[in-house]
Design a protein around this ligand. Structure first.
Ligand code: C2E
Ligand code: MG
Ligand code: MG
Ligand code: MG
Length: 288
């Protein structure tokens, strides 16, 4: 009986593994066709100045507009795009679309874009981004390239070269998800950064967890002493926004200020606040 149970378990295991592989392959095939077809679209999450409440920009977050399954979130497809070597193409195509959209915004607004670990192994990354900017006539100073701690410090020498060429061209470089990795103070001082984003796992728990709150406070003052502004991510309510204000965290994003939204809704929000680019054709025509 034990043997039989073992065999059954084995069969079940194989079947579910097989199903998982199938799903993974379906996603990969779907991406291979969907990326060039423009199915990966940019959504935008507002970022604000905490002291004034003013909008300072948006983070681009990829969504897959799947023809049968609807809107899919990055956790489902970004890891598979990474493994199958599609992430570079995916990120560049959604970045191109995001920049195209941001040209319609007020020039004071920045665009944050995410770079994944395997893209940091591409020695042409900085050139590709700079080329995209010049093709679209988008000012380098308006782009913030977000790189996670892990991706940045996996190969510090190589990463420094990429960060250096981006910043030489005027592109801003932001440390994403700070607090989850293992960067030392030496690392932080060695790399010139334009912003440090505090990982949302700490910010989310600030109100009920004193340790999380202490950590956020420490990161804000660390950033301040490095002369780099901090940004809190994952601000879901007014209580947390107030706590962040009281520790002088300069900037933030999260559902309290606005959820990620597609291009059209983002443009409508900007139109309401008089923040469309007066020179852009859509603003002139008043069309949305
Ligand atoms: P991230 O850069 O840390 O992005 C922030 C994530 O936090 C987003 O998830 C956003 O929807 C979520 N978020 C924002 N505000 C709140 C909040 O108040 N509460 C909570 N609970 N969550 C909030 P999303 O869109 O699922 O993106 C997940 C990750 O996928 C991003 O993490 C980023 O690393 C990656 N990603 C997204 N788009 C791209 C892309 O175009 N290229 C690359 N390489 N990676 C991308
Ligand atoms: Mg999400
Ligand atoms: Mg990010
Ligand atoms: Mg983040």
């Amino acid at each position: 009986a034990a043997k039989r149970a073992g065999r059954n378990q084995r069969a079940w295991f194989d079947a579910s593994m097989e199903r998982e592989l199938e799903l993974r392959n379906e996603i990969e095939l779907g991406l291979r066709a969907g990326i060039p077809a423009g199915q990966i679209v940019p959504w935008f999450e507002p970022q604000v100045d905490l002291a004034t409440g003013a909008l300072i920009g948006f983070e681009l977050l990829a969504r897959w507009e799947h023809p049968e399954l609807g809107i899919l979130e990055p956790s489902l497809f970004i890891p598979i795009a990474e493994e199958s070597g599609l992430i570079g193409e995916l990120s560049m195509s959604v970045m191109r679309a995001g920049i195209e959209e941001a040209r319609h915004w007020d020039p004071s607004l920045r665009l944050g874009v995410n770079i994944s670990p395997s893209q940091m192994r591409d020695s042409w990354l900085a050139q590709k981004i700079v080329k995209l900017l010049s093709e679209r006539g988008f000012p380098a100073e308006r782009l913030e390239v977000e790189i996670t701690e892990a991706a940045l410090f996996e190969n510090l020498g190589f990463a420094s070269a990429i960060v250096g060429s981006l910043r030489n061209q005027g592109v801003r470089v932001v440390l994403d998800d700070f607090g989850t990795g293992y960067s030392s103070l030496t690392h932080l001082r060695a790399l010139p950064l334009d912003r440090i984003k505090i990982d949302r796992s700490f910010v989310l728990r600030m109100a009920e967890d004193a340790d999380a709150a202490a950590l956020v406070r420490m990161i804000v003052s660390l950033a301040q002493s490095l002369g780099v502004p901090a940004m809190a991510e994952g601000v879901e309510n007014a209580e947390i926004a107030t706590m962040l204000g009281s520790i002088a965290c300069p900037t933030a994003q999260g559902w309290h200020f606005g959820r990620p939204a597609p291009a059209r809704a983002t443009r409508a929000l900007l139109a309401e606040r008089g923040l469309l680019n007066a020179a852009s054709p859509s603003a002139k025509a008043g069309a949305l």
